[in-house]
Design a binder for this molecule. Structure first.
Ligand SMILES: [Fe+2]
Length: 244
């Protein structure tokens, strides 16, 4: 499997607090069955989580050196909190797409407005980018009215669910919405979004998700699609929500 969303890179955000924790997290990922991991430190404008790609790259190289004997491939990107300056931030190398592809991971404030996000999605699509929306099941506006997801589906977007949602890591509302997204084929990717060692039982989350959608579908969302994203290939989007 390939994990597209993690906070493993030490001292860059609210994730790993030391290089030792980063190594532990990578070992945990290997144990859970991951072969490739994209490190996606938060980039939040005007907050303390605003390290540039070059600053992250120094830490990334240090960490890579520590795990060079392990069977894992690492990539460095970001999870960007939605902002109108996103294109400028990419162009001036402050933030980084996934493996130089057209895909970029973005998030909303949990209480943010979905309509605000749509302006940014339009601008990104116009420039040829395909945003990957992190954990839509966690957004209050969607928890209150799941049909609001239609606003986002007018654009070329990928929806990425957090595996932990299946086992209630983010509460019941997220769990319920995660299952609804799964049932309607609305996710293209599932990832861990891990921050700390031994916090989320990913094996259990994978097992329960697999029981819910089947092995082949789980393979599509955790292996085939993430691999295509890393290789800048297209992802097939075919959701039941619109074909019913
Ligand atoms: Fe995240």
């Amino acid at each position: 499997m390939i994990d597209l969303h993690t906070h493993i890179l030490f001292n860059t955000d609210d994730g790993s607090k030391s290089i030792e924790d980063s190594v532990s997290l990578i070992k945990e990922e290997i144990d859970n069955g991951f072969k490739k991991i994209v490190l996606t430190p938060h980039y939040m404008e005007n907050t303390k989580y605003n390290l540039t790609y070059l600053e992250n790259l120094n830490k990334f190289n240090e960490l890579k050196d520590q795990v060079k004997d392990l069977d894992i491939e690492l990539y460095l990107s970001n999870e960007i909190l939605v902002t109108e300056s996103i294109i400028d931030l990419i162009n001036n190398n402050t933030i980084k797409e996934i493996n130089n592809s057209k895909y970029i991971l973005i998030e909303l404030p949990l209480n943010g407005s979905i309509r605000y996000l749509s302006t940014v999605l339009f601008n990104l699509n116009t420039k040829g980018y395909i945003p990957i929306i992190a954990h839509p099941e966690r957004y209050v506006s969607l928890q209150n009215k799941k049909e609001n997801i239609k606003i986002l589906l007018d654009y070329d977007v990928i929806l990425q669910g957090n595996l932990g949602s299946m086992i209630g890591t983010y509460g019941n509302k997220s769990k319920k919405l995660y299952k609804w997204f799964l049932k309607n084929d609305l996710y293209q990717v599932l990832s861990t979004d891990i921050h700390r060692p031994n916090k989320i039982n990913i094996k259990k989350a994978l097992k329960k998700t697999s029981r819910y959608i089947g092995k082949n579908k789980l393979d599509l969302l955790t292996n085939i699609n993430p691999n295509n994203i890393i290789n800048n290939l297209d992802i097939e989007i075919n959701n039941k929500y619109f074909t019913k």
